[in-house]
Design a protein. Structure first.
Length: 517
């Protein structure tokens, strides 16, 4: 196709209302992180308690403290076998945790504790690359097919387009041509193969405030209020090599995207730990966490470069606010000690991510009758239905042990299994009547599988000071797709979007310094 239309375009501050399933899923999950003791035991301390990191998983664990202490944690994370992309670093330093607990005795067997803890609940740093062949498919053919089926324009108002950013750039810069007499024509190219790369950076920081205590050293209760601070950045590049109608190479097109998400959320967590037998160290823990209610801002710049024929280019950017609520979380845990040399813990958590609530932001204003400001939102039923088909309930199992051959020395081991969040046949579908889909700037998606974590650690106590170190290895595989399958653009043709296996394996080393006062 000979392109006579060259569009150089900058659209700023387009008003959108939300995100979509695959993007929000990244913001809803958490890593295993906290103090080195907590990580070394695989996080299986929700019934054992006595560690600052339980403030976010079972707040009653803070009620087991009988003295005040402060801790700070830091280390590094390295991604395994990551390909070179965008000069991104495979290893980075990380500040993981800082906090304290202030313990006050109310009588001989009961304490009231106040605590604060910051932890990095999510580390976004990742390099993801994929490349594969394509058969009678391309990203620009997907846009062409959507236009052919009337999915780029509002059926009730032909002058209103429903382009997302990629569709606009492809349609105006590549698919649509204008002849010398002003007549428009449309076409597409299939691609022989694609190459994809993305570099994510950023984190979610969680600030937890806790009040907890115990009743006669038998029942422990805790309440935590958490504030979540989101900083997500990604740089994406996608290239597909084009073929002519006779199967000859005619060049390539490339889409580059810079994406940033910032904002805050908050949640409430409650927990209880019970020693059912008075003279037994065996404990049972229960915890419930409300959804995290997020209020976020997304901004991005997307570039299009066509290196076939005469070549064209385009650019578009936007900024918008969106809201979504993560699902409720429920936890059950058990723990016990053997004299003063062995501690054993097991924790189970369940969260139904298909119940994630994607919300439409309707606007804000001032109510003169109530003399107050308001923000209106409502559930986006179309995108929520897509989320229900794409995501599912996640089961998390954590096991841990701590052995003390000497009162001052501790050796720790742990294991985690996290079941898959994504349905195997889930896809990033933009043919949804939802603002979530209209403003997308990428088409790729990955259906990540189960996560396995193996942890180990050591700790040493010297009077009031403690030093702990931990190692964590995380392994996860996923099925990557550059875009979703779509209807053939010509009758009798077959479209093939191959599955490309990708991995997210990483190593973490960390250290925690503590002081008891």
């Amino acid at each position: 196709m000979k392109k006579l239309l060259l569009v150089g375009l900058l659209l700023s501050s387009l008003s959108a209302l939300a995100q979509e399933t695959y993007m929000n899923a990244q913001l809803a999950t958490e890593d295993l992180n906290g103090t080195a003791r907590y990580v070394g035991m695989g996080g299986a301390m929700e019934a054992l308690g006595g560690d600052l990191s339980t403030i976010a998983t079972n707040p009653a664990g803070i009620g087991l403290f009988r003295s005040s202490q402060a801790k700070v944690s830091f280390g590094l994370i390295s991604q395994e076998n990551a390909a070179d992309f965008n000069n991104a670093d495979k290893t980075h330093l990380t500040f993981d945790q800082v906090g304290f607990v202030y313990s006050m005795s109310t009588n001989r067997n009961s304490f009231l504790n106040l605590a604060f803890n910051y932890r990095k609940s999510r580390d976004f740093n990742q390099i993801l690359t994929a490349a594969n062949v394509l058969s009678n498919a391309s990203q620009n053919a997907l846009t062409y097919n959507k236009g052919l089926n009337g999915l780029l324009f509002d059926s009730n108002n032909k002058s209103t387009n429903l382009y997302n950013q990629l569709d606009f750039l492809y349609w105006e810069n590549f698919i649509k041509s204008t002849s010398d007499n002003g007549e428009e024509s449309y076409g597409y190219n299939v691609a022989s193969d694609f190459a994809f790369g993305r570099h994510n950076t950023g984190y979610i920081g969680e600030y937890d405030f806790n009040i907890s205590g115990n009743i006669k050293d038998r029942v422990y209760l805790g309440l935590t209020f958490g504030i979540h601070d989101v900083h997500y950045n990604s740089s994406t590049s996608y290239t597909e090599n084009l073929l002519s109608s006779t199967g000859q190479s005619v060049g390539n097109v490339q889409m580059d995207d810079e994406h940033c998400i910032t904002g805050t959320g908050y949640d409430i967590k409650v927990g209880v730990i019970v020693r059912p037998v008075e003279y037994s160290p065996f404990r049972i823990g229960f915890s419930i966490a409300t959804p995290t209610w997020y209020d976020l801002t997304s901004s991005n710049v997307t570039y299009f470069t066509n290196r076939s024929d005469f070549g064209t280019s385009g650019r578009i950017n936007e900024a918008f606010v969106f809201r979504f609520n993560t699902p409720w979380k429920f936890g059950l845990s058990m723990g016990t000690t053997v004299d003063d040399y062995l501690a054993l813990g097991a924790s189970y958590e369940y969260a139904d991510y298909s119940a994630t609530d994607n919300r439409l932001y309707l606007g804000s204003g001032y109510d003169y009758y109530s003399d107050s400001y308001y923000d209106d939102t409502e559930s986006d039923n179309a995108m929520n239905n897509h989320t229900k088909r794409t995501l599912k309930g996640v089961h998390t199992l954590k096991l841990g042990a701590e052995f003390r051959p000497d009162p001052s020395l501790a050796i720790r081991l742990g294991y985690n299994y996290v079941s898959p969040m994504y349905n195997k046949l889930g896809e990033r579908n933009f043919n949804i009547d939802s603002p979530y889909a209209y403003y997308a700037s990428t088409t790729d998606y990955t259906n990540w599988k189960a996560t396995n974590r193996i942890t180990a650690g050591m700790g040493y106590t010297l009077e009031r000071f403690t030093i702990d170190v931990a190692y964590q290895y995380q392994s996860q595989k996923g099925d990557f797709y550059p875009f979703a399958n779509f209807m053939p653009v010509e009758e009798g043709s077959a479209t093939t979007i191959p599955i490309t296996e990708v991995k997210n394996n990483r190593h973490q080393l960390m250290m925690t310094l503590g002081y008891r006062f």
